[in-house]
Structures are given as structure tokens and as C-alpha cells.
Design a protein around this ligand. Structure first.
Ligand code: FDA
Length: 475
């Protein structure tokens, strides 16, 4: 479809209206695509959901810059995209292992925690089965209402090639129409105030790519600084120490030491699907205390084994008199300045107040991620969304954003942007299987309520409509 539509008045073009357009195709919306796929494969005539997803990456990728050799998942393989909703699903991690011919080998490892590289391969395997529904290399930059007599029952999702541009400068815009949208755009890298990434200032998100470039530069690397005390920071310090055997690694953080993630069984219940109900129903002050009390299951904490490994390294280097992994505790970043072939990082001790310059090849900001407010994409539609007394989106238990009565179209949000309503699992993988089933059910209910599912000929004789409107055999 071409650009330049009016966003008001009735639309008469031929673009099909999808039941759902998903924005972002990370694990969260992938899990939903699978739930929809499974629903479509077994539903009765006229009950299939038509969905399309947009993703700015050229192909499926899950934190590719942190697929470090040896890094393992922080979640049991049983919390894959399907098992907790339906252990008999064809999208389980066990089914994946069986298809890859590694089921027995995996079992012999006696571990619940696959490597991150393997889990990424599992996610890609899942994504491959719904590929026809995904528009890769397309960035969604706006969701606009289509108003008919003041009501909004259809939304337009505006996409462009990843990398930006506008229709005015000739960029190829595509507009998808939908009864419902779901925003699952994940997290954005967080950087210290006033700091931007560059050739010598990296975010941990890009660690593998930037360090490969650094290695290709074929000059000796003397020093790296890693800022942060969470899992990514500890992994980055360990990785750089291993991959650059000539370099000194300075781990800088304001804590006194790395703190272990609480993965004990009672605390781990905070990641159960039922914990989402408990959190959702709790008063605001209880929500806050749950987040405070259990932040150490996820935020600014490190896997215990990795802490032990790093400590052993520090100690052994002390014994050998070659201290290459240096822990600069209770220390903050006080300044960064470019120098030839690197950066001068100034750090300040919080105890003595002393400042020290550290000239290094690169500083890695392992400073975490921040949530993106979905309203950034919604433009004028944001005014139709209801908020709580702190100005945050009101999001239903089914992940649908509460709107004025003028809006009949569904705006759903999942991921970190729903943490204030749905709790600590929102940004994680733990409840994706169950959550995606809940959202799929909510979509069906909403469409049935508007009588939009009846009279469809979208599934007959063992065929299912694809996003392109092409009938393919049902799986
Ligand atoms: P995610 O960020 O993964 O995906 C969002 C997608 O949307 C991306 O593919 C992005 O390109 C796309 N996108 C964004 N804006 C767009 C736009 N405007 N248009 C089109 N596309 C757009 N959790 C856990 O439970 N167990 C674990 O072991 C780990 N491990 C882990 C390791 C590392 C290194 C990190 C950084 C994080 C984890 N996590 C984790 C947490 C992590 O948030 C979680 O695993 C998922 O990535 C969350 O999936 P989402 O789909 O919500 O976001």
C-alpha cells in the first residue's frame, strides 16, 4: 500500500484488515504467534486468527550480541514458549531437541539450563514455522487510528525499512491495517547520563560484534573497562578476560561486590504464572514491596557460579602476581574523554573521593536496559488511552490497554512496559507460554464480541490462510 492516507473517514482501499498486527518479534510476540498458530490448527471453521508481525531485524535474533560461548539460560528449559501452556505442544524445547537429534545427549547433561546459544537456536526453530507471518527488516514507527464517525475500530500500523527515513524522503512505507495491535518491542539499552556509544564506548548489547571488530584491528589491547555489577557486566568481564589474554580488565561498580541472584525455590515462585494474578490484584504498595523484596531475583545480580569463577580468577592472579582482572568496587564513573585509539575513563572512589584516569581501548557500558513507553508509537491514540494516578498506562489482566469508549480496536502491550501492572516476569521468558495463550483467548473473545469472527471462510478443507492471504495446508 502506498503512503499518504488520511487517518480520518472511512477507508475504501483493498488492504486486508488483520485481526492482529504485532509490533516487534522477540520471544514475547513469537510466543504469541505460536499460540495463534496452534489455535488456528485446531479451531473450527471461521475461528482462525489472521495475524502479521513486524520486526526491525533482518531475521529472528535474540540478544545476538550477548550469545557468549559458555553463557547459560537463567530459566529452566521447561519455561520454553509452549510447555507451561500445553506440554503436548509441537513447539516445546523437548520437541526441538528431538528434531535436532539431541534429546538423549541433552538429558545426559543433567541440567535444566541450556546454553544461550542453544536456546537461541530453539527460538529460531520456532520462528521458522511462522515465518510467513513476519515482515522482517521493517520498523514500525507509528500506529494511527482510522476514525469512522468518531469511532476507532481499525488501526493503521506504519512501517518503514529498518534504519529510518520518512515517506517524504522517498522511503518505502508500508501500512498494515488491524483490528488489534500488540506492542512487544522489548527493552532499550540504558546508558549513563550524557554518554553515547561510539567506536570505543560500547553497550554490552553489542559486545560480540564490537569485540570482533576490536580483534580484527590487530593491535595489542591493553585495557578494557566494564561498568556495572549485574549479570551482563559479570559476563562481559569474564568474556573480555578470556578473549583478550594480553589485556587488563577493570570492573567498575558502585557496589562492594557482585551479589548473587536469588534463585531459591520459594523466591522463584515470583516467576510462576499464578504470581501474575497475585501481583495484578495487589494494591499499589504491595506491588512496590514485591518488586523491592524480589528485585534480587533479576536486577543487578549475578549467577552464583559466575561470581565464584571470577573470584577464583582474581585470587589466582594475585597468587601469581599478574593481576589482570581488577575489581574497582565502590567506584563510580566520573568522566569519559576520547584519546587516540581509545578513551580516557575517569573513575572516582566513593569511599575516598579520589579520582583515577584509566586509559583503555574501550569501555563497555553493562548498565542495563530501560523500558520503552508504548505511547511513543501511538501518537494521537495515546490521548485515548487511560492512565493511573501516576500517569502510567492502565493495562487489563489480559494485557489490553484501557481506552476511552471511542476506541473499539484493541491495543495490547506485553513485555517490560507492563511490569507495573503484571510484575517482574513481564520482561522475562518465564510466563510467555501461558501469557500468550491468555492474549490469544482475549483476542478471540474481543473479535467474537464484535461479531467479527462469524461468516469467515478462512479455514476450510484443511487449509489455513497465511498473512499473505494464500491458503496453505493446515499443519
Ligand atoms: P525483546 O527485546 O527480546 O524483543 C523485542 C523485539 O522487538 C526485538 O527483536 C526488536 O528488534 C523489535 N523491535 C523493537 N522496536 C521495534 C519497532 N519499532 N518495529 C519493529 N520491531 C521492533 N530472560 C529470561 O527469562 N531468562 C534468561 O535467561 C534471559 N537471558 C537474557 C540474556 C540477555 C543477554 C538479556 C539482555 C536479557 C535476557 N533475558 C532473559 C531478558 C529478556 O528481556 C527476555 O529474554 C526477552 O528478550 C524478552 O522478550 P521480548 O520479546 O519482550 O523483548
Amino acid at each position: 500500500m502506498s503512503a499518504g492516507h488520511q487517518h480520518t473517514g472511512e477507508r475504501h482501499d483493498a488492504a486486508p484488515t488483520e485481526d492482529l498486527v504485532g509490533i516487534g518479534f522477540g520471544p514475547a510476540n513469537l510466543a504469541l504467534a505460536i499460540a495463534i498458530e496452534e489455535h488456528n490448527a485446531q479451531c473450527g471453521p471461521g475461528r482462525a486468527l489472521r495475524s502479521v508481525f513486524t520486526e526491525r531485524q533482518p531475521e529472528f535474533g535474540w540478544h545476538r550480541g550477548m550469545l557468549l560461548a559458555g553463557a547459560t539460560m537463567q530459566v529452566s528449559f521447561l519455561k520454553d514458549l509452549a510447555t507451561m501452556r500445553d506440554p503436548g505442544s509441537r513447539f516445546t524445547f523437548l520437541r526441538y531437541l528431538h528434531e535436532r537429534g539431541r534429546l538423549a545427549d541433552f538429558i545426559n547433561q543433567k541440567s535444566f539450563f541450556p546454553s544461550r546459544v542453544e536456546f537461541h537456536d530453539y527460538l529460531r526453530w520456532c520462528a521458522g514455522t511462522v515465518e510467513q507471518r513476519v515482515r522482517y527488516s521493517r520498523e514500525t514507527y507509528a500506529v494511527r487510528p482510522v476514525r469512522t464517525d468518531g469511532r476507532v475500530d481499525t488501526l493503521e500500523v506504519h512501517t518503514r525499512p529498518a534504519g529510518g527515513g520518512t515517506p517524504e524522503d522517498g522511503t518505502d512505507e508500508t501500512i498494515l491495517r488491524a483490528r488489534n495491535v500488540i506492542i512487544g518491542t522489548g527493552l532499550r539499552p540504558r546508558l549513563p547520563e550524557g554518554v553515547a556509544t561510539g567506536p570505543h564506548i560500547w553497550h554490552s548489547r553489542d559486545l560480540l560484534f564490537r569485540s570482533q571488530e576490536a580483534r580484527a584491528a590487530a593491535r595489542p589491547h591493553r585495557r578494557f573497562v566494564v561498568l556495572g555489577a549485574g549479570q551482563s557486566a559479570a559476563e562481559t568481564a569474564e568474556y573480555l578476560h578470556r578473549e583478550f589474554p594480553e589485556a587488563e580488565i577493570c570492573a567498575v561498580f558502585t557496589r562492594y561486590g557482585y551479589s548473587p541472584a536469588d534463585d531459591s525455590p520459594f523466591a522463584n515462585r515470583i516467576f510462576d504464572p499464578s504470581a501474575v494474578d497475585d501481583f495484578y490484584e495487589a494494591p499499589d504498595e504491595v506491588k512496590q514491596s514485591l518488586m523491592d523484596n524480589h528485585a534480587n531475583t533479576n536486577y543487578s545480580v549475578v549467577d552464583g557460579e559466575l561470581i565464584d569463577q571470577l573470584y577464583r580468577t582474581v585470587y589466582q592472579e594475585k597468587v601469581a602476581g599478574t593481576e589482570r582482572l581488577r575489581i574497582l568496587r565502590t567506584t563510580e564513573l566520573a568522566g569519559i574523554e576520547e584519546i587516540p585509539d581509545g578513551v580516557r575513563v575517569v573513575v572516582r572512589s566513593l569511599t575516598s573521593g579520589e579520582r583515577h584516569p584509566l586509559d583503555c581501548d574501550a569501555i563497555v557500558m553493562a548498565t542495563g536496559y530501560r523500558s520503552q513507553d508504548p505511547r511513543e508509537l501511538l501518537g494521537p491514540l495515546a490521548d485515548e488511552c487511560l492512565t493511573d494516578d501516576r500517569g502510567r498506562l492502565r493495562i487489563g489482566r489480559d494485557h489490553r490497554v484501557a481506552t476511552t469508549e471511542r476506541v473499539g480496536a484493541g491495543i495490547y502491550v506485553q513485555g517490560a512496559a507492563a511490569e507495573h501492572t503484571h510484575g517482574i516476569t513481564s520482561s522475562l521468558l518465564s510466563t510467555l507460554a501461558v501469557r500468550s495463550g491468555e492474549i490469544c483467548d482475549a483476542l478471540l473473545l474481543g473479535l467474537a464480541g464484535q461479531d467479527l469472527l462469524s461468516g469467515r471462510a478462512d479455514r476450510a478443507g484443511g487449509t489455513v490462510d497465511t498473512a499473505d492471504g494464500v491458503a496453505v495446508p493446515a499443519p
